[in-house]
Design a protein around this ligand. Structure first.
Ligand code: PA5
Length: 448
């Protein structure tokens, strides 16, 4: 379950400004449900948890069992929506020290990522590090043509061929892509790799509850509980009587009311190190969905209390156009208490016996009020703990709120036309056929 609390934003926008958005919110809701809004063909994520593809799920579990049995390392190759969801959930559920745990402690193989950038050092180091380990690869690309994962996969496929015979390579590579088209699909068919589907009606950043996220997550974690959490959120919120108090509607309303009042940057704040990659997933979800047509709240992320010693000054005291949305976790998975010390040289005995979870909670409350006093409206999203079920709730909550929020902001939350600009320039500079004219003009601008 999730609770949403806008109390600490109320001083920054009048209640009537929030209420005035209600008719637009109703329209946004209708558009999401009946497909009358832009990008309507990409709303499949709404119902994913309610109508899971049981056959695909069985194949995902079977592949995950194989990987758990036969691999020390799973390399997940993908970029943007094709890796951030899986990474967010895996990093939230595993130990921060998973990299140095044994397979038994971790619950299965180590999961690492590739093809999410073009760093030569990263990929060279990865190949060196893989040596001597039993490796499986899951390459994920809906289009099947994205340059970064395509390059990384070509390198990794060659590496696998240098380590294993043809049959073994075939068993150890898993492909997640479109069911009907794309270079990756052709390659998977030609080589006979096991294939999983990114449904046509689900875009990359909304795809964590398809095979895109579920296969890597299933290797070490419980995907049934993740899906059950998302299904419960959908059941609770797909239709509601009072949008002003129902969490995804209220979140969409408040952030848009604040945007209209001149607040154009939103920090998603967490106090639990495990949620670090969840914030990266959220940044991509909201950034790519809403940042278009010259509009949108800039999504940023901070980890407190660490970043109170870097970004804290700016948030407290810098340019006043920021809002904070805090994820509050009521019961962390584990905790410790501060020991009593006879000498009390550090003066900490006033905290002796106090639990770190309790101290962190007071840091959250104190920081919230300090930032509110500094002029930063604060929204709070509260969850009970960090487990598969609560992450399922959070994922559906943020996705649904993102769809509502995009329509409230009069944009198409399901496309990403802006992502093409860098690709065109990169292809031209790399000498790809068909980009000759663009290449000449770019070379001139680069002074070459
Ligand atoms: O959210 C999105 O649609 C994008 O971030 C894509 O996931 C990303 O560009 C990768 O695309 P693909 O899966 O086609 O390789």
């Amino acid at each position: 379950m999730i609770r949403f609390n806008p109390t600490n934003a109320a001083a920054f926008v009048p209640a009537h400004a929030v209420a005035q958005l209600l008719p637009q919110l109703e329209l946004a809701h209708r558009q999401l449900l009946d497909g009358s809004g832009p990008g309507a063909d990409f709303r499949g994520w709404i119902d994913l948890p309610a109508r899971p593809d049981t056959e695909e799920l069985a194949r995902i579990r079977e592949a995950a069992d194989y990987i758990r049995r036969e691999a020390d390392v799973l390399v997940v190759v993908g970029i943007g929506g094709s890796y951030l969801g899986a990474r967010a959930v895996i990093e939230a559920l595993q130990s921060p020290f998973a990299a140095s745990q044994t397979a038994a402690e971790r619950g299965g193989p180590q999961i690492v990522f590739a093809g999410h950038q073009l760093s030569g050092s990263y990929h060279a180091e990865l190949l060196d590090w893989l040596d001597g380990k039993r490796v499986c690869v899951n390459v994920i690309s809906k289009s099947g043509t994205t340059t970064e994962p395509a390059i990384a996969f070509r390198i990794l496929q060659r590496y696998m061929e240098s380590r294993y015979d043809e049959e073994e390579v075939r068993r150890r590579i898993f492909v997640t892509t479109d069911a009907n088209r794309g270079a990756l699909l052709d390659l998977a068919r030609a080589r006979g790799y096991a294939r999983f589907v990114v449904p046509d009606d689900v875009g990359g950043r909304y795809s964590v509850l398809t095979a895109v996220g579920l296969l890597p997550i299933a290797v070490n974690h419980d995907i049934d509980a993740l899906l059950a959490g998302a299904a419960a959120a959908r059941e609770a919120w797909l239709h509601v009587d009072d949008p002003l108090t129902a969490p995804p509607y209220a979140y969409a309303l408040w952030r848009n009311a604040l945007l209209r009042a001149g607040y154009d940057t939103e920090f998603l704040v967490h106090y639990d190190h495990q949620l670090r990659w969840f914030v990266e997933w959220w940044k991509q979800l909201y950034g790519e969905s809403e940042g278009k047509d010259g509009r949108g709240l800039l999504p940023a992320g901070v980890e407190f209390t660490s970043d109170l010693h870097s970004m804290g000054q700016f948030i407290q005291d810098g340019r006043r156009r920021l809002i904070e949305t805090v994820i509050r976790v009521n019961t962390p998975c584990r905790s410790l208490s501060v020991p009593f010390d006879e000498a009390d040289g550090d003066g900490l005995n006033y905290l002796a016996g106090r639990d770190l979870a309790d101290i962190n909670a007071r840091a959250l409350e104190g920081t919230t009020l300090a930032h509110v006093d500094g002029g930063v409206p604060n929204l709070q999203v509260e969850i009970e703990t960090i487990d598969e079920t609560s992450l399922g709730w959070l994922i559906w909550f943020f996705e649904f709120a993102c769809g509502l929020s995009g329509y409230l902001n009069a944009i198409n939350p399901f496309d990403q036309p802006g992502v093409e600009a860098y690709k065109r320039n990169m292809f031209a500079l790399l000498g790809k056929a068909g980009y000759e004219d663009l290449a000449a003009s770019l070379q001139e601008r680069l002074g070459r």
